[in-house]
Design a protein around this ligand. Structure first.
Ligand code: AMP
Ligand code: GLY
Length: 447
C-alpha cells in the first residue's frame, strides 16, 4: 500500500532513538492507524495489543488484551513506551487514560469521565440538552409504564435506546406504538442488553441523512477531518440488522462547508466547552454522529474514539501527518490548529468483509484466500489470525477485512473496492455491493 503522506514534523527530541508507540486494539481501525503512523514517520516502532494477522507488517503484536489496563500499563513501563494510543471504547470506559496519566505516561484518548459522552447516553443527552446543542429531545426511564407514557406523548415514529453500551445494537426505531411497547419490555423486563438496558431513553425521531465527523482535540481546540458516511445495516439498500459498520465512503456531498462549519460552531466547540465546564475536559478523538436535517446538523450520538470502518476510509486520504496532532494531544500539549489537516482530494470507499453469521453469531476459523491488492487498494485486516504451524490465514471474528478503494471519483473508488472484495475468498463471506449508494445515486440523478 503506497503512502501519500508528508513526513512528520512532530517536534520530538530525536536523541531518544526511535519512538515506541503502544497501540491498543485489534481491528481494521487500528491497522489503518498503525499504517498511517508508519507513513508519517517510518522510524516509529509500533507495538499493537493485541493486533491481528495483517498488522505484523507495520507493528509488533503482543498478546495483551485491550481491556487489561494493568497489563498494558505494566508493558508500557517495562518497554519504555513513549506514547500510547487507544483504539476501542472498552479500555477508555475502564479508565486506561486515568491509569496511565497517574503514572505520568503520555496517552491519546479521553479519561473515563470524559468517555461517558459515549458510554452513558444519559450523561451525553443531559449535557447536550443542558447546553442547548441541537439533538433529539429525550427522557430517561427505568419503568415500562413511564416509558410508554413518554411514547404516547411523542407519537410514532419514536426511538428507544438502552442507556449503556450495547455494542451498537441497543437502538430500536419504532414505527408504531406496538413496536415501541415491545422494545420497551424487551429492554427493561427481558434485559436483552443486560444492565445496559436497565435504563432506557425515549427519543424524538430525527428525519435526515447521517454523517460521521471526527475531530482531533486537546479539549479546547479541534481539528476536524472530512466527514464520512457509514453503512450500518448488513444488507444492500440499508436493510437487515444493524452492524458495527459494513462500509463507508468519503468525501460526502451533503457535508457542505456550511453544514460542517455549523457542526463545528454549534455542536463540536460547545460540546467541548460543556465538557470542560463539567470538569471532564475531553482530549483525543471525538466522533460525532450527525443527522443532517432540514434545520441543519443535529447530534445522533457521540463516540469517544475513532470510528470503524470510517478510519479505514479516511486515513488513506489524509496527506498531512496524523502523528503530529496525536503526539501533541497524547502529551497534554496544545493542539496546533493554525493549519488544517490536508487531504488528497481523491475519493475513498471501504467495503467490509464480514464472517458467516455476523452480526449475531460470527463464525471463526474459515480459511481466507487473499490475492495481492492492486494499486489504489488499501487492505486493512480486522478479525484475522495466522496459524502458527502452517501460516494459514483464518477468519477470527465478525468483521474480517476492510478494503478501501481510492480514485478520482466515488464511482471509481467504490468499483475498485468492490472488485477486490469479490476476489477475496472465504466460506460464508458477507459484504455489501452498494457502498456510497446515496452519493452515487445523487450524481447519477444530476447527470
Ligand atoms: P446510536 O447507537 O445512538 O448511534 O443509534 C444507532 C442508529 O440509530 C443511528 O446511527 C441512527 O441511524 C439511528 N438513530 C438513533 N437515534 C436516532 C434518532 N433520534 N432519530 C433517528 N434515527 C436515530
Ligand atoms: N462505524 C460506527 C462506529 O465506529 O461506531
Amino acid at each position: 500500500m503506497t503512502c501519500s503522506g508528508t513526513w512528520s514534523r512532530h517536534s520530538r527530541n530525536r536523541t531518544r532513538g526511535p519512538m515506541k508507540i503502544l497501540l491498543v486494539g485489534n481491528g481494521g481501525r487500528e491497522h489503518a492507524i498503525a499504517w498511517k503512523l508508519k507513513c508519517d514517520d517510518p522510524s516509529v516502532e509500533i507495538i499493537c495489543a493485541s493486533g491481528n494477522a495483517g498488522m505484523t507488517d507495520v507493528a509488533e503484536c503482543i498478546p495483551v488484551k485491550a481491556e487489561d489496563v494493568r497489563g498494558l500499563l505494566g508493558y508500557a513501563e517495562r518497554a519504555d513506551v513513549e506514547l500510547t494510543i487507544v483504539g476501542p471504547e472498552a479500555p477508555l470506559a475502564l479508565g486506561i487514560v486515568d491509569a496511565f496519566r497517574e503514572k505520568g505516561r503520555a496517552i491519546f484518548g479521553p479519561t473515563r469521565a470524559a468517555a461517558e459522552i459515549e458510554t452513558s447516553k444519559r450523561f451525553a443527552k443531559t449535557l447536550l440538552l443542558g447546553a442547548g446543542i441541537p439533538t433529539a429531545t429525550a427522557s430517561h426511564h427505568s419503568e415500562p409504564l413511564s416509558a410508554l407514557r413518554a411514547v404516547d406523548g411523542m407519537g410514532a415514529p419514536v426511538v428507544i435506546k438502552a442507556s449503556g453500551l450495547a455494542a451498537g445494537k441497543g437502538v430500536v426505531i419504532a414505527r408504531s406504538r406496538e413496536e415501541a411497547e415491545r422494545a420497551i419490555y424487551m429492554m427493561l423486563e427481558d434485559r436483552v442488553f443486560g444492565d445496559a438496558g436497565a435504563e432506557i431513553l425515549i427519543e424524538e425521531f430525527m428525519e435526515g441523512e447521517e454523517l460521521s465527523l471526527f475531530v482531533l482535540t486537546d479539549g479546547t481546540n479541534a481539528l476536524p477531518m472530512i466527514a464520512a458516511q457509514d453503512h450500518k445495516r448488513l444488507l444492500d439498500g440499508d436493510i437487515g440488522p444493524n452492524t458495527g459498520g459494513m462500509g463507508a465512503y468519503a468525501p460526502v456531498s451533503i457535508a457542505t462547508d456550511s453544514a460542517m462549519s455549523a457542526a463545528m460552531d454549534r455542536i463540536i466547540l460547545p460540546t467541548l466547552a460543556a465538557l470542560r465546564k463539567e470538569g471532564r475536559p475531553f482530549s483525543g478523538l471525538l466522533y460525532v454522529g450527525l443527522m443532517i436535517t432540514e434545520s441543519g446538523p443535529r447530534v445522533v450520538e457521540f463516540n469517544c474514539r475513532f470510528g470503524d470502518p470510517e478510519t479505514e476510509t479516511l486515513l488513506p486520504l489524509l496527506t498531512s501527518s496524523l502523528l503530529d496532532p496525536i503526539y501533541a494531544i497524547g502529551r497534554g500539549e496544545k493542539l496546533n490548529v493554525s493549519t488544517s489537516l490536508q487531504w488528497s482530494g481523491e475519493c475513498a470507499a471501504t467495503t467490509v468483509l464480514a464472517a458467516h453469521g455476523y452480526p449475531d453469531t460470527p463464525r471463526k476459523g474459515d480459511g481466507i484466500r487473499l490475492p495481492a491488492p492492486p494499486k489504489g487498494i488499501y487492505l486493512f485486516h480486522a478479525a484475522t489470525l495466522r496459524t502458527e504451524d502452517t501460516g494459514e490465514l483464518l477468519t477470527n471474528g465478525g468483521r474480517v477485512l476492510a478494503i478501501t478503494g481510492t480514485g478520482k471519483t466515488l464511482e471509481a473508488a467504490s468499483k475498485c473496492s468492490l472488485e477486490f472484495a469479490e476476489r477475496v475468498a472465504f466460506e460464508g463471506k458477507q459484504f455489501r455491493r452498494d457502498i456510497g449508494w446515496r452519493d452515487l445515486g445523487r450524481s447519477a440523478g444530476a447527470a
